[in-house]
Design a protein around this ligand. Sequence first.
Ligand code: F6P
Length: 359
Amino acid sequence: MKRVGVLTSGGDCQGLNSAIRGLAKGLYEYYGKKVEIYGIIDGYRGLINGEYRLMKPEDFSGILTRGGTILGTSRQPFKQMRVIDDETNVDKVAAMKKTYKDLKLDCLVVLGGNGTHKSANMLAEEGLHVVSMPKTIDNDIWGTDITFGFQSAVDIATHVIDCIHTTATSHGRVFIIECMGHKAGWLTLHAGIAGGADVILIPEIPYDIKKVIETVKARTKSGKTFSILAVAEGAISKDIAELPKKKKKEAIANMMYPSISYKIAHEIEEATGQETRVTVPGHFQRGGSPDAYDRFITTRFGAACAQLIIDEKYGFMTAMINGEVVPVPLSEVAGKLKCVPADSPIIRDAKSIGISFGD
Ligand code: F6P
């Protein structure tokens, strides 16, 4: 009997269930009744607390289009993994290894983002058989061209920009749409271009507010009555970005606005006199059904993960590189972030049609 555990960890996104389905179908197809799949409840928390359930083949039916995760998820920061909890006195790493051993697992399949991959690699280094799939709307996992959830989130954020466009036009207003992404601006960049934003501000390119205001004023001068800005939640001004690390953290924490977009909106309104509004779709971007592309890639990631297990090839993440699903060692993925490069052709093309990045 082959015994496989599966967990989803970190912020949820579209495509988790379709990825689990792809994995399960691949395993049942090959092993038939000779495989048991254990769903670990709420991510690493369930692995620590020994909370799991034996899944049935029917659990994986009808979930291709369902958003969220049928297994539940939680955030278990990597930094805390080796810290013994004062109250509970639980050694989390030992507890996770115990659950794995108690279940007599042959492999643990982990679906998650950056933090999840650090922990997955740690468990692999501790001797567990681990394989993984790259999940996050942020698209910032190193080693893969794309993560699942990203394209569905881009679709939603683009739809928000489309809707805002019509009301911005009617009222002749400046609108800021704040997209998720604290460290990486992929979502804002893609949705901003797809939605026809005039200004795109991402964490990788610190902005100069004067340049942003200039763009808005230039549009007004040329007869355009509205402006659309796509701003990442982690967008940062040049002034703040240049501060030493500690001071930078303090400045961000002490900001007098609910988020960076409100500060930018205030500055634009003051400088231009034009009404400026902010829309924050927030977790809406992570919700609902995966789009066709995410269903397509998650089914492939799931099938590829099943194949790794069949081949007993452990310690890998399934990555998408040039349209092919390939295994990348967890040790190479863990601890790295894939940000938008300064010389990205996407930025070059966006700038060539007049989109401002505030730099
Ligand atoms: O990592 C995915 C993500 O949606 C980020 O884009 C966002 O900054 C963060 O999670 C929000 O976290 P939480 O769901 O814990 O509020």
